[in-house]
Design a protein around this ligand. Structure first.
Ligand SMILES: Cc1cc2nc3c(=O)[nH]c(=O)nc-3n(C[C@H](O)[C@H](O)[C@H](O)COP(=O)(O)OP(=O)(O)OC[C@H]3O[C@@H](n4cnc5c(N)ncnc54)[C@H](O)[C@@H]3O)c2cc1C
Length: 438
């Protein structure tokens, strides 16, 4: 089959590779100038089958206080007059326990499967990128320690390997860790890992190209038609304008009405920007961009920085080692502009790094790189994977805060399904049919 993929983030790159590996001809359309240029660009890089992490849906026991809408109390919510955002918040709150527990189980299975696929890709192509093993969730009070102890039973039942550590054992694992008496202990997840997703995506793109995948960069899909032979209309963009101008402006500027091509199937991996294409197909998905921030700074003292990934559960902030740099991630924003940075959410990232690894990195604002990204998220926290209700169109969207691991799993499962093979994991919990689509 000749399959078109829209979007070369981590979802699109892994899917392209998996489809090409099964003998399909694959063309990837990406409006930016390279792979992993949007949400997959500078996220924390956790691969966490444990479900633990600084994201909005942490699957460990709820160690942080929850504010209104079940999100971190410092979440910056500005839904304004956006009815879709209010609906999403309402639906997310309704999706609380016990459905949340079922969703977490499915998410954990997919993330574990995804990590296995990632390990296979790394071995098969000898991918070398910045990475480290293990993930330590810091506990800052006797109460948290107690809650974590109780949560171990649930983690074990979900097949998650976890160890409860006292403060001294945490410091043995992460010798740079400070924080004085604030540290009561930690939960260690040896099967979680952290890495540079963007670097991985670039390496996998090269492997995909060797397997025959065609990447068309600076090419935006402006029109999509479903059917037994679905069609895409695309326009070429100048690299510098690839993310600055809207589609309509570009079309008007260039008088470029685009090129139409037919495929045997189309897979939508357009992340947080999928909405206009879904609308053209008559599909409605409650996919909301949840914004978050990272700062990345060069280490000034390797021994004082983290060795791998550390999460401050109370603050909802992750800190990770990336080669000779450190990356800090946190903040939840809904309803804000994509490129507008909110200082009140960035400041706690610098503070957390100073508190846990003081003096480890060059954190002066001129040295640290701040980034705001969007996790495309559905209210039940699960991605949407499978054939949509319109013919010829497959969905690979909504990977939330676990995009890397889920994308690796989804790629293989969807490739198997498209090729008529039986996937290793049932796609049932992720099927588009669970959502109101039309
Ligand atoms: C602060 C923060 C921290 C995070 N931490 C982690 C983490 O630790 N671990 C983890 O796994 N995930 C994390 N995530 C989530 C992760 O960033 C996303 O889940 C993942 O990158 C989504 O990948 P994607 O391929 O679906 O989307 P994207 O990477 O956004 O890719 C979509 C691509 O589609 C392209 N596109 C869209 N529309 C069109 C069109 N019409 N034509 C052509 N191209 C188009 C876009 O240009 C884009 O490149 C984090 C996110 C944030 C914001």
């Amino acid at each position: 089959m000749h399959i078109a993929i829209i979007g070369a983030g981590i979802a699109g790159v892994t899917a392209a590779h998996a489809l090409a590996a099964q003998g399909h001809r694959v063309t990837v359309f990406e409006r930016r100038g390279s792979v992993a240029a949007e949400a997959s660009f500078a996220h924390l890089g956790l691969i966490a089958p444990s479900g633990a992490g600084p994201g909005s849906f942490d699957a460990t026991p709820p160690l942080a206080e929850r504010g209104r809408w079940g999100l971190h109390p410092q979440a910056h919510l500005r839904p304004g007059w956006d009815a879709a955002a209010w609906r999403w918040l309402w639906q997310a709150r309704q999706a609380a326990a016990p459905r949340r527990a079922t969703a977490q189980k499915s998410l954990g299975e997919l993330a574990r499967y995804g990590r296995l696929q990632l390990l296979k890709l790394v071995a098969a192509h000898r991918l070398e990128y910045e990475r480290a093993d293990g993930h330590l969730v810091l506990l800052c009070s006797a109460k948290q320690l107690d809650e974590a102890r109780q949560g171990l039973v649930d983690l074990k039942a979900r097949g998650v390997e976890a160890r409860l550590l006292d403060a001294a054992a945490c410091r043995a694992l992460e010798p740079g860790l400070q924080g004085g008496t604030a540290l009561a202990g930690g939960l260690h997840f040896p099967q979680d890992e952290v890495g540079n997703c963007r670097q991985f995506a670039h390496l996998l793109k090269e492997a995909g190209e060797r397997a025959g995948v065609e990447f068309r960069f600076c090419t935006e899909v402006t029109g999509i038609t479903s059917g037994p032979s679905p069609a895409l209309r695309s326009i070429e963009l100048a690299e510098t304008t690839a993310f600055l101008q809207s589609r309509q402006e570009l079309a008007a500027d260039s008088g470029n009405s685009g090129m139409e091509e037919h495929f045997d199937a189309v897979m939508l991996c357009a992340g947080a920007q999928a909405a206009p294409l879904l609308r053209q197909l008559g599909l409605r998905l409650p996919l909301l961009p949840i914004y978050g921030y990272t700062i990345t700074a060069t280490l000034r003292d390797y021994d004082r920085g983290p060795r791998s990934a550390v999460t401050d559960a109370q603050a909802g902030i992750g800190i990770a080692r990336l080669g000779h740099r450190v990356r800090v991630s946190g903040g939840i924003e809904i309803g804000t502009a994509p490129h507008q940075h909110h200082e009140a959410l960035l400041r706690p990232l610098y503070e957390a790094l100073d508190r846990w690894f003081p003096g480890a990195a060059h954190t002066h604002r001129n040295h640290a790189q701040a980034w705001k990204g969007a996790s495309p998220t559905l209210p039940d926290g699960l991605p949407v994977l499978g054939a949509s209700v319109v013919p010829g169109i497959w969905l690979n969207l909504g990977h939330g805060t676990q995009g890397w691991a889920l994308a690796c799993g989804a790629a293989r499962l969807l490739a198997d399904r498209i090729s008529g093979r039986s996937p290793d994991l049932a796609l049932g919990p992720f099927e588009p049919a669970r959502l109101q689509e039309r």
